[in-house]
Write a protein that binds this ligand. Structure first.
Ligand code: TYD
Length: 485
């Protein structure tokens, strides 16, 4: 450990949108695991298991290699058979928990994974190797067996005979050989880091609906079950995915795409980014939109800010209805169905007349609320599936920044702001709307949504928003003109 390092810092979780990186960072020891690192690894995996918004995990070593096994200098302190067995059990529990995460786990192997390091790599669902990386089960060189579940995992992957061969010889397994044996699933490009390649793969997987990825992992893991039991499980889990709104939306999109095309539009300039801010009343979306506009302009990015309800005729009518100035013929507030329909109508008018022309011209559009608001607000007083379908054909944003704020804090902010409360600005309703927001993925599983802790200071929220937009801008720069991200 270098001076000032704590074991907790030696195992880090970094977030990259829906992807979490789990990094064992002891580069001076080539990321070999000391006893405290093992405990920290177990704790980090437990934290990952709590992160509901993670869709894929990448495990990597700090610096430029994967993990060189156990830290032999530190492990010298274990002088008895029992102490060795205890250490084995600690790591087995940490790696079993890693393997049991409900989302795919990818090991990014740069340079090498030796001994216990190779066992860590095997605990992942998938392995990406750099072109010059290798694995070696060097345990026998130190006169010990595997300890962290490695022999079991190796035998499952390559069969018992090949496993015994690799464990007995301790020979280096290069990337091409690892691919041939099924120990590697993808090899990074020439000169490309396995970590970068694995991150890209993780993002590819993370674009899938989370519940589908989790189901796939469960089914693959259940493969050792006898066929009749597995069929029963598959039929049940398949049924859940079939009945999910995401399935019907995906089929609708497919049927829409296979309709005969009218005419290919001329490629224009690079399309602008469609960025949406969402959250309950008092979440701070309007403040953040204003700050983001200034920031983008300072960077020379053309940007147009807008909001829903829009400033168009239907939006204006809606604002009057929300303020209680337009009522139904019975003198009561408009019925929930009419409000949901008006929001959807306003949205399509807004898209056609304001949002899409700007995007086509290459201007970014920053929109304060979009159809996630309809799902959260109108979804709680109507059939949410009906509301979802009403808005299903609305253009999808490139990024949704969801400011997740405690309803009690938002309530205080609204009180501080003053003014006459609108129809939804009632504390009990806002608590339900906040819950509905957290269920957003159910209705829009393919949207790129970044949940930001809206209880933090405006500056901290702004930093998180900027980092996400920055990443999109970088990706967009790499695209040819006429592309839509
Ligand atoms: P808001 O965006 O907070 O703007 P302002 O502070 O200027 O009033 O108000 C819009 C309200 O409209 C807000 O309570 C959420 C609601 N709303 C819906 O109920 N459904 C929707 O689809 C949208 C876009 C907004």
């Amino acid at each position: 450990m270098s001076p000032g390092d704590t074991p907790a810092q030696e195992v880090r979780i970094e977030r990259d949108g829906p992807v979490a990186l789990l990094i064992v960072d002891r580069p001076r020891q080539r990321n070999a695991l000391a006893r405290e690192t093992m405990t920290a690894l177990g704790a980090a995996v437990a934290r990952l298991a709590e992160m509901d918004d993670v869709r894929c995990v990448v495990v990597a070593g700090g610096g430029d290699c994967f993990i060189a096994g156990g830290d032999l200098r530190d492990l010298q302190a274990l002088t008895t058979a029992e102490a060795g067995a205890d250490m084995a059990r600690t790591m087995q529990a940490a790696l079993d928990a890693l393997a049991a995460l409900p989302v795919p786990v990818i090991a990014a192997v740069d340079a090498f994974a030796i001994g216990g390091g190779a066992e860590v790599a095997l605990a992942a669902d998938l392995r990406v190797l750099a072109q010059d990386a290798w694995l070696a089960f060097r345990q026998a060189d130190f006169a010990v067996s595997t300890a962290w579940g490695g022999s079991w995992r190796l035998a499952r992957l390559v069969g018992p005979a090949r496993a015994l061969h690799l464990l007995g010889t301790g020979e280096r397994i290069g990337a091409a050989e690892a691919l041939r044996l099924g120990l590697a699933d993808e090899i990074a490009g020439l000169g490309e880091r396995a970590l970068d390649h694995a991150r890209a793969l993780a993002h590819r997987l993370a674009r899938r609906p989370a519940h589908v990825l989790r189901t796939m992992k469960r089914l693959v893991e259940a493969a050792p079950l006898p066929a009749p039991e597995h069929r029963a499980l598959e039929a049940r889990l398949f049924g859940e995915t079939w009945g999910h709104p995401a399935h019907f939306q995906a089929v609708d999109r497919f049927l829409e795409r296979t309709r005969p095309a009218v005419a290919e539009p001329e490629p224009g300039p690079l399309a602008g980014l469609f960025l949406v801010l969402e959250g309950i009343d008092g979440a701070g979306t309007t403040t953040q939109a204003r700050l983001l506009k200034r920031w983008l302009e300072r960077r020379g990015e053309p940007v147009h800010t807008t909001a829903e309800p829009s400033g168009g005729p239907i939006g204006t009518l809606l604002r009057q209805a929300l303020g209680g100035r337009v009522v139904g013929r019975d003198g009561q507030r408009l019925c929930p169905e009419s409000i949901a329909l008006l929001f959807a109508a306003d949205r399509f008018d807004h898209l056609r007349t304001e949002v899409e022309p700007h995007l086509r011209a290459g201007t970014h559009v920053l929109c304060d609320r979009y159809d996630h608001s309809s799902l959260a607000y109108q979804g709680i007083e109507n059939d949410a599936r009906w509301v979802s379908n009403l808005n299903a054909a609305a253009r999808r944003p490139d990024l949704v920044l969801f400011l997740d704020v405690d309803p009690a804090i938002a309530s205080r902010r609204r009180a501080h702001r003053g003014g006459t409360p609108e129809i939804y600005e009632v504390d009990a309703l806002q608590v339900r709307i906040a819950e509905a927001y957290r269920d957003m993925e159910r209705w829009r599983p393919s949207d790129r949504v970044l949940r930001i802790d809206g209880n933090a200071s405006p500056r901290a929220v702004q930093r998180a928003c900027r980092a996400a937009i920055e990443a999109l801008l970088d990706r967009r720069r790499a695209l040819p003109r006429g592309s839509v991200l």
